[in-house]
Design a protein around this ligand. Sequence first.
Ligand SMILES: Cc1cc2nc3c(=O)[nH]c(=O)nc-3n(C[C@H](O)[C@H](O)[C@H](O)COP(=O)(O)OP(=O)(O)OC[C@H]3O[C@@H](n4cnc5c(N)ncnc54)[C@H](O)[C@@H]3O)c2cc1C
Length: 437
Amino acid sequence: MTEHSPPVTQASDGAAQRRPAGEADVIVVGAGPAGSTTAYYLAQAGLDVLLLEKSRFPREKVCGDGLTPRGVRALVAMGVSVSEQDGWVRNKGLRVIGAGKRMELPWPELSSYPGYGLVRPRTDLDQMLARRAQQAGARLLEGVTVTGPVLDDRTGRITGVAAKAADADGERTYRARVIVAADGNSSRLSVSMGLRKRDDRPLGVAVRTYYRSPRHDDDYLESWLDLWDGDRLLPGYGWIFGMGDGTSNVGLGLMNTSAAFGHTDYHGLLHKWLAGMPAEWGFTEENRTQPIRGAALPMGFNRTPHYYQGLLLAGDAGGMVNPFNGEGIAYAMESGEILARTIAQALTRARRTETERVLAGYPRALNDAYGGYYAVGRAFVKAIGRPGLMRFATKHGMSRPALMGFVVKLLANLTDPGGDASDRLINGLSKLAPNPK
Ligand SMILES: Cc1cc2nc3c(=O)[nH]c(=O)nc-3n(C[C@H](O)[C@H](O)[C@H](O)COP(=O)(O)OP(=O)(O)OC[C@H]3O[C@@H](n4cnc5c(N)ncnc54)[C@H](O)[C@@H]3O)c2cc1C
C-alpha cells in the first residue's frame, strides 16, 4: 500500500467514474436495509459502489415488518413513496396490553418525525430499497455470496472480498478502497476480520409467522407485555401487526437477560400465548399461512469496533438494534447514511493518513447518535431480566396513561432536540448515562 492513494475522481456530470468490473470505490456486502441505504447515499455522493447480495430479490427476511415513525423518516429521506396507494399500511401508534389492561398510545407529535408508522412485508421493502440504490447508480449483483476478505499481506487491511456467484463456477475477487459489512446479524465478514459479538451486550431472539385474521387492518401496532413461562414473567414481548392483506404478522421475542434464554421452546411459547386469544381473531393452525421462523436481534452495539482495518459495519452487522423495542430497520438505514457520508468525505482526502482519520470518525459519529441511548437501553434490558421488577413495572406503568406516553417516546427513541419536558428528560438521560466503549 502506498501512503498516497488517489482521491476519488468524479466525471464532470457528478457521476462516479466507473472502474473495471471487479473494482469499485466501495464494496457493500449485503443488500438489506443497511446495505442498500449505504449504497444509495454513496452513489448519490458520486462514488462507484458495488453492492453484493447473496440472495435474489424478492427474498424473505424474518421480521415483524413494522416501522415506527423513525423508520418512516428514513424511507422518506431516501425518496421512497410511502403513500397508502403504493401499498403501505399506516399505523397511528402502539397498543400495549399487560397486567390485565389495554392502552392505545398514539405516536408523539414531533417536528423531527412523522406522526405515523408503517407496515410492509420485507419481501417488498428490501427489494424497494435495493432498487433505490440501483437508481442512484450503485451496481447491485444478486446471487453473489461473499466468502471472505482479501487482505493486504503486509498490513492485514481489507482490500477486497472473495465471492461466489450462484450461476458461475469458482470464486472471484472484487477490490475496493473501503469495504462495508452490511451482511446482517451473523456478519461472517466481520467475524473473518476478528470482530465477534460481545457477550456483555444484549441479544434478543424472536420468532414470527403469519395468520389469516380479521385483525389484518389494525391501525395500531400491538404489543403484549405478559409472556409467561409457567409462573415466571419473561423479559420480552409478543406482537400482532396487521399486514392489510388479510393476514397479521404475529411473533414474540425474548432477551438474553432471561434465565429462560437459550432453553426456551419458542414455538411452544408462541402457541401457548396465542391459545389465550379470542377465537374470532383466527390465530389458529388452520389459518397459519407461513412456517414459524426465528432469528437473533443483536442490540445496543453488540459488535464493536465499528471501523477496523478498512472495514466499516452497518446495521445488524454492528449490533445496532434498539434494546428497548427490538426495532432494527430504522437503525440499519440511519447507520448506513452516517457511514456513507463518512466514506464520501474520507475518499476525497489525498493522503491515506487523512482518509484513515476520517474513517476512524465513524464509530464516534455512531456513538454520538446512539451511544448514550443504547447505554440506557442496556440498563433497561438488565433490569427487565429480573422478573419481579418486570412485573412491578408492567403493573404500575399500565395504570398510569401519562407515564405510558413518556414510555412510548423512550422505547421508540422519538424525541425532538430541545422538545418538551419528556423529550428533555430522555435526551438528558442519554447524555448522562455511563457509556463504556
Ligand atoms: C423475528 C424478528 C422480528 C423483527 N421485527 C422487526 C420489526 O418489526 N421492525 C424493525 O424495525 N426491525 C425488526 N427486526 C430487526 C430487523 O429485522 C433487522 O434489524 C434488520 O433487518 C437489519 O437490517 P440489515 O440490513 O442490517 O440486515 P439484514 O436485513 O439481515 O440484511 C443482510 C443482508 O445481507 C445478505 N448477506 C448475508 N451474508 C452475505 C454474504 N456472505 N454475501 C452477500 N450477502 C450476504 C443477506 O442475504 C441480507 O440480504 C426483527 C428481527 C427479527 C429476527
